[in-house]
Design a binder for this molecule. Structure first.
Ligand code: MRU
Length: 333
């Protein structure tokens, strides 16, 4: 397996097993979970050992390969993996590729390698959008941890930082699962990228005070018209960005685009366990018996997106025609 450029390795192949960095334990502990079957990988995806749309796609590909290599039933492997999480289309994109692969292990490797290359290309395109001294707000974690390496939204930040631009990051905590506080903050600290952590409800205040210059987020699924599903709270940020006249960028590889889904209303939104909202890591703060909603994603309408940054290029004011044309064009890597 190709080593991820950033040094953070969310997935690695070791012997005859897939090892997944347990993201539930970060930043406190580095521990890899060993998976030897599609069933184990499906559980790891469902339980958030590995998360982030492209990383989920890579893990599913290796999970499928694990079963194929030991002669197990690939139809069952695909069904198990396909039930693990519903929103990130990269999962289904990867499984569709695996279904027709002549050499499953080589195909999983190719999916991983291509994802890394796509992220680096996204970083190169996107860095051109980042002014010197930009204060960049991001939400959730769309970094190396969420991909084969480098990252999408955080990949752009990483590339701009590496190019010598004096940028800084405002990382939203990202309730309820704290991907921003635990993962994005950790990646930035590891690499010496200046970062300030805020809770999600501080975003509007910081924008109003002129402390944010632009917003960049990742995506779990981009519908044919450009409507974009991403971590819950993203839509709120896009509305706030429009109100304050700030650019709102979405970064994603072509594997996150879903031309079969016409618009955002048709994107399935995962509803997760109430425990994530009523408390954290065993501590409960909400009263017993309380009704809870926990949608893990929301949809940002295309009209609120300043530009989509893909490995194939940048689409300003995204819409159906431009997206279709870009995906039909040169690969960009
Ligand atoms: O629930 P998660 O942590 O899998 O959600 C992740 C996100 O919403 C990311 O922003 C998205 O998958 C893009 S990752 C490059």
């Amino acid at each position: 397996m190709t080593q991820a450029a950033s040094g953070v390795q969310p997935l690695r192949w070791h012997g005859d097993a897939l090892e997944l960095l347990d993201q539930r334990l970060l930043p406190g502990r580095i521990h890899y979970v060993r998976c030897t079957s599609a069933a184990e990988v499906a559980v790891a995806i469902r339980d958030m050992v590995v998360r982030g749309a492209p990383a989920i796609g890579c893990a599913a590909a290796y999970g499928f390969a694990l079963d194929a290599m030991r002669g197990a039933d690939c139809v069952q492997a695909e069904a198990l993996l396909g039930e693990s999480r519903p929103t990130a289309v990269n999962l289904f994109w990867a499984l569709a590729r695996m279904r027709t692969a002549a050499d499953p292990r080589a195909e999983a490797e190719a999916i991983f390698r291509e994802d890394l290359a796509m992220n680096q290309a996204i970083g190169a395109h996107g860095a051109a959008l980042i002014p010197h001294r930009a204060r960049i707000m991001t939400h959730c974690n769309a970094g190396a941890l969420a991909t084969a390496g480098h990252g999408t939204a955080l990949g752009i930040i990483r590339s701009a930082h590496a190019a010598g631009r004096a940028i800084s990051v405002v990382a939203n905590e990202t309730r309820p699962y704290l991907q921003g506080a635990r993962l994005t903050a950790w990646e930035c600290v590891q690499e010496g990228i200046p970062v300030t952590l805020v809770t999600d409800n501080m975003a509007g205040h910081l924008m109003q005070r002129g402390e944010v210059d632009l917003v960049i987020v990742g995506a779990d699924r981009i519908a044919a018209n450009g409507d974009t599903a991403n971590k819950i709270g993203t839509y709120t940020l896009a509305v706030l960005a429009q109100r304050h006249g700030l650019p709102f960028y979405v970064a994603a590889p072509s594997s996150t685009f879903d031309l079969a889904t016409a618009d955002g209303a048709a994107i399935p939104i995962e509803e997760r366990s109430a425990d994530e909202v009523t408390g954290y890591r065993g501590e409960r703060w909400a009263p017993e018996g309380i009704a809870v909603r926990n949608p893990a994603f929301d949809v940002t309408p295309a009209e609120l997106i300043t530009a989509l940054v893909c490995e194939r290029g940048i689409i300003h004011s995204p819409g159906r025609e431009a997206i279709t044309a870009m995906l039909a064009g040169p690969t960009g890597t």
